[in-house]
Design a protein around this ligand. Sequence first.
Ligand code: RB5
Length: 144
Amino acid sequence: MSDKILAFGCDHAGLTLKLELMEAARSLGFSVIDCGTTSEESVDYPDFANKVVEVLKSQQASLGVLMCGTGIGMSMVANRHPKIRAAVCHTELEARLAREHNNANILCLGGRILGADQAKSCLEAFLSAHFSGGRHTQRVEKIG
Ligand code: RB5
């Protein structure tokens, strides 16, 4: 599995942000798999969260990025799956710590909450951070 491949998914409320962040990810040297949605027609966010999870489970991508209006619905759906650790983040610090302490494998962002620049900062922090291991390992293992 390449750690330079990311899976992106969104609903209608996250579409604009997804397009901007996929471009930002490409400019950082990542390849992206776009799991939709691809238009502003109203859709149900669980369908797209589940698609991104399937891409991660099949090891086509190492990390996912999910966007809806708030990021909350996406995180709820993704976190129902074993071994998926999805974190809603609003700041670079949260995004970095979600990787370092929680070994998050999906970043969830709110298209109606964050501006593009703030969201890009969160994405960059998430992608450049790594799980710290150590005392965090057994805690993450207890999540299941
Ligand atoms: C869609 O209107 C909105 O409810 C959805 O994008 C998301 O914010 C749910 O968590």
